[in-house]
Ligand binder design. Structure first.
Ligand code: ASP
Ligand code: MG
Length: 421
């Protein structure tokens, strides 16, 4: 069987949803399980609903939710005739689920409400796709992923309960796949043992697809994106980018770790475990070859560039010229962990420890004020961090140009440097 994942951009307009149906008809083989993200920017819109609700702005929350609702009903109107009523009935169930909650007052923590509301995006989009496929005479089964994908209750970053999920795959998903050979379900979301919805972290649908691929022993996973293949740099940031036809799991894990927004970082492990190839294909032109990711080590890779903006350099320095040893560094890492902030780069010197972070300023202020109990702390904002895998001197020089270089680290295959904008 195959697993395919369609992201928000591939479902952003009526034409794009039609295009997804075309791809499912022409470019997938039964049995297939299709993992669907929320349409376009729906997740962002639902985040706003959750914020308003939690701030106690109920009317705003309801008004914002109304927009999401209207957009999905309009989409159904454009796409469906025969199946319109049935589709709207199912959409209404999810609208009610959210509105019922919005009429309450928040008594639990934000992350809980976030998940109960934000999960609706995927439920709505997958419902639309499933009914549209039926309208196009493409038989399929719609699956509420919350019936099968079990997680813990770590809302917004839930961890998969693999044994329970595996059991549901064998008892529920396998038989469903046998029915029509096509199952449509949601990415990004799951459910606790207590029937509370959870999410797996932003952009988590790639990972959901990999969980299905792993547990259903898929022959392949395909992620349909708006780029022709994985590139050596983000085409939104660089004018000249080079397509990469083949990559290894390891290379992709490294790229994702350094911040390349190719594929959700957790996606690779479940695929690697079962040696399942991952295809990245373009939904705008499905005949293009795309990229295949396997365990085979790719040779002759071009320099792969990751550029991260809005970086903050934090320097922790001992007050009296005593060495900044493992004890101090250990304490600092505990502080980072406390606020769930992971440094993008660290460097250790005699009396100074340096770390680079994304600009979560509140969290950084907290770290600084705690560390100031025993260290001097200095912060510099608005910096850019470059990571170049398989670098050449030429590429490094062209990136640094006349920018002020603040820090550089190299291994034989990876160079990282921080510059002032
Ligand atoms: N809809 C979710 C998000 O925008 C999950 C995903 O697209 O993978 O983060
Ligand atoms: Mg997405």
């Amino acid at each position: 069987m195959q697993v395919h994942k369609f992201g928000g951009a591939s479902l952003g307009t009526i034409d794009r949803i039609r295009n997804v149906a075309h791809i499912i008809r022409e470019h997938t083989q039964r049995p297939s399980l299709i993992v669907i993200s929320a349409m376009g920017k729906t997740t962002n819109a639902l985040e706003k609903v959750a914020e308003a609700f939690f701030d106690g702005r109920r009317d705003d929350a309801l008004a914002l939710f109304h927009q999401v609702k209207q957009q999905h009903i309009n989409t159904a109107k454009y796409l469906l005739v025969l199946h319109y009523n049935a589709c709207v009935e199912q959409l209404n169930n999810f609208f009610t689920e959210a509105e019922w909650l919005l009429h309450d007052r928040p008594v639990r923590d934000y992350d809980y409400y976030y998940d109960q509301l934000v999960c609706i995006g995927e439920l709505l989009s997958s419902t639309l796709v499933s009914f549209y496929l039926k309208e196009e005479k493409i038989d399929n089964e719609w699956l509420d992923v919350r019936d099968v994908l079990r997680t813990d209750a770590n809302f917004r970053e839930a961890t998969i309960n693999w044994p329970a999920t595996d059991m549901h795959m064998q008892t529920q998903v396998q038989p469903l796949l046998q029915k029509t050979g096509l199952v449509i379900t949601q990415g990004f979301i799951g459910c606790t043992d207590d029937n509370e919805s959870t999410t797996l972290g932003r952009e988590g649908s790639d990972y959901s697809a990999a969980i299905f691929a792993n547990l259903l022993q898929a022959e392949s996973q395909t992620i349909w994106k708006d780029v022709s293949s994985v590139m050596n740099a983000d085409p939104r940031q660089f004018e000249e980018v080079i397509p990469i036809p083949e990559l290894s799991y390891e290379e992709v894990i490294e790229m994702a770790y350094y911040g390349a927004q190719v594929i959700h970082p957790k996606t690779i492990k479940p695929l690697y475990e079962k040696k399942i190839p991952l295809y990245v294909k373009c939904f705008l032109d499905p005949n293009m070859p795309g990229t295949v990711i396997t365990r085979k080590k790719a040779t002759h890779l071009p320099p792969i560039i990751v550029r991260k903006e809005h970086q903050v350099l934090v320097e922790f320095q001992s007050r009296d010229y005593s060495f900044i040893g493992e004890h101090s560094v250990g304490q600092l890492f505990q502080l980072f962990e406390q606020v769930k902030l992971k440094p993008n780069l660290t460097q250790n010197g005699a009396i100074r420890f340096t770390a680079i972070f994304d600009d979560h300023l509140e969290k950084l202020q907290h770290i600084a004020s705690e560390a100031e109990a025993w260290l001097n702390v200095m912060m510099q904002k608005q910096l850019t961090l470059f990571t170049v895998r398989h670098y050449t001197e030429e590429v490094l020089n062209s990136l640094i140009k006349d920018r002020q270089l603040l820090l550089m680290q190299r291994t034989p295959d990876t160079a990282q440097f921080l510059v002032q904008n």
